[in-house]
Design a protein around this ligand. Sequence first.
Ligand SMILES: [Zn+2]
Length: 152
Amino acid sequence: MVEGDSRGNVNGVLTIDRAIIDAIVAHARRDHPDEACGVVAGPIGQDVPARLIPMDNAARSMTFYEFDSMEHLRVWREMDDRDEEPVVIYHSHTATEAYPSRTDVSFAGEPGAHYLLVSTREPDSEEIRSFRIVDGVVTEEEVNIVDATVKA
Ligand SMILES: [Zn+2]
């Protein structure tokens, strides 16, 4: 694991606070066996996931997720208003490994985002992996979980 005191703008690494990961895992556990999904927004251009936005899986499915179209619009508009971007787009897999499905790849519309997957197929542990998905090409990256620094 990489030391956690430098963050952002490193290719091939997602640096994310432990508190946000814990909240994503809690969301995934809550919605299990359906897939959970959401976004972590952050200030544009900084690659720092800061504001967790759990979203509805409109498909309410155990095998794929789909943002509700109205909620999608509202959340993206809100990020625009706050000069934020979707730094992380997360969802859970509840019976398979934390690797993007063919459907995930075909619906991945944010080439600048980290696609974080959490597998809840094991009751006592979670598999957490992150990917870039650009033009249908999936590239795994390191996940660097850091303890939140005290903000002045
Ligand atoms: Zn998936």
